[in-house]
Design a binder for this molecule. Structure first.
Ligand code: UDX
Length: 435
């Protein structure tokens, strides 16, 4: 099929590359000239395992091309995916002006049937707005359909998630759209769930909010565990074996971040409000997440007594492992709080340091974890990269000025850490402190 994907961000880039590898002819469009010029040479704007290789393969096969020219891409394609940004406005509502602009251009340029598919995460009823906009700006009476195909890929495993989805949600209102999308997704052999467009839009927001709710739930349980001297990991295992609950997304930690959960949660709360429903449950999910970061800073303070003038080694800056994405990363809030208390920060992240440098100031960026630990008063784990799990802890202990580890991702075994002579603090697990 001839496909255009508008937007070369996370979702757009992965979507276009994967559709190209499935044998389609894909044009990926973005207004950012620098990004497009780099992509044409196979250079990635993001770190995502497996993506660069796939882009290069498909550029070579000529299944994939990059352009800034949306008009030509519209003429050349039968199916157009809108994957442009829907950033949050100050009140949390999604800014849909980029989506509207794309819809307008498609309308003005189309001269034959187009299937216009929303791929970006958008509030319910956006499909209707797109339809109205296209009808208003379309010069001739050209047939078109609108569909909603929300994306569920996770950063760090995006290609794998796209190619092996649990389900593909397709909101359609015509047989023609259903047929085209069935054919497009056929090679994935995935479960296709056809719904109406509004339900598909809600499925995306509801799914992300539900997952965020699971994380805030287990984080709240971790607080109870600490107060009762129980172990949140044992609780999560016991709960997770119930198939109605499931063990995924029950890892207690220092709160969720990234460009999806915080933004989508806020947008869903706002759209519910607009529709006339006060989604108090989701407001609590947001609050627990904010509190968890503050509580983690308190934990560091408790471990150090006075934070002022102490040197803190931070391992991990990205909001999760296997990405260089720093957007809404909990590390940003935590480091800001520690700096406000007078701490000196030495930080290391395997891939996110370059992006972190754009936002963080007065931080010493180190070339590896050991360099960050050298002479520090404690080490704080903020992202569960594999290399931190496999670190030489004996060496870490020797390098630190004080053998104190505060682990926001529960990557080490408390008993082992105690045996090694660390004062070890983690999330929702009993700490045996010698006094
Ligand atoms: C998420 C959704 O999972 C994906 O379906 C959607 O398309 C985009 O948003 P992503 O933001 O890439 O994906 O990361 P995800 O793996 O879901 O993690 C989000 C945040 O939750 C991270 O900060 C992670 O550390 C945190 N998290 C996740 C936990 O704290 N505990 C868990 O058990 C799982």
């Amino acid at each position: 099929m001839k496909i255009a994907v508008v937007g070369a961000g996370y979702v757009g880039l992965v979507t276009s590359t994967c559709f190209a590898s499935l044998g389609n002819s894909v044009t990926c469009v973005d207004i950012d000239e620098k990004k497009i010029a780099a992509l044409k040479k196979g250079k990635m704007p993001i770190y995502e395992p497996g993506l660069e290789e796939l882009v290069r393969q498909n550029l070579k096969k000529k299944n994939l091309s990059f352009t800034t020219n949306l008009k030509t891409a519209v003429h050349q394609s039968d199916v157009i995916f809108i994957a442009v940004g829907t950033p949050p406005k100050p009140n949390g509502e999604a800014d849909l002006s980029f989506v509207e602009n794309v819809a307008r251009t498609i309308a003005r340029e189309m001269t034959s049937y187009k299937l216009i598919v929303e791929k970006s995460t958008v509030p319910v009823q956006t499909g209707s707005w797109i339809r109205d906009t296209v009808m208003r700006y379309c010069k001739k009476n050209v047939a078109f359909d609108v569909a909603s195909n929300p994306e569920f890929l996770r950063e760090g495993t995006a290609v794998k998630d796209f190619m092996n989805p649990d389900r593909v949600v397709l909101g359609v209102d015509s047989k023609r759209a259903e047929k085209l999308l069935t054919e497009l997704y056929k090679p994935l052999k995935a479960t296709l769930v056809f719904t109406d467009i509004k339900s598909a839009e809600i499925i995306k927001h509801a799914s992300n909010s539900f997952l965020a709710m699971k994380i805030s739930f287990i984080n709240a349980i971790s607080r109870i565990c600490e107060l009762a001297k129980a172990d949140v990991e044992q609780v999560a295992t016991g709960m997770g074996l119930d198939r109605r609950i499931g063990r995924n997304f029950l890892d207690a930690g220092l709160g969720f971040g990234g460009f999806c959960f915080p933004k989508d949660l806020a947008a869903f709360i706002r759209i519910s409000e607009k529709l006339g429903y006060d989604f108090e449950l989701l407001k609590a999910v947001e609050k627990i997440n904010e509190d968890q970061k503050k509580y983690f800073v308190k934990k560091i303070e408790h471990a150090l007594w006075n934070v002022n003038s102490k040197t803190i080694a931070i391992l991990g800056l990205a909001f999760k492992p296997n990405t260089d994405d720093m957007r809404f990363a909990p590390s940003l809030d935590i480091i800001a709080d520690l700096q406000a208390m007078g701490a000196k920060i030495r930080a290391y992240d395997p891939h996110a340091s370059a992006n972190a440098k754009k936002t963080l100031t007065k931080v010493t960026f180190c070339k590896d974890a050991y360099e960050a630990c050298k002479g520090s008063d404690c080490v704080v784990i903020l992202t569960e990269w594999d290399e931190f799990k496999e670190i030489n802890l004996v060496k870490v202990k020797k390098l630190l000025a004080q053998p104190v580890v505060i682990d926001g991702r529960n990557i080490y075994d408390p008993e082992e850490m105690q045996k090694l002579g660390f004062r070890y603090f983690s999330i929702g697990r009993p700490t045996k402190e010698k006094r």
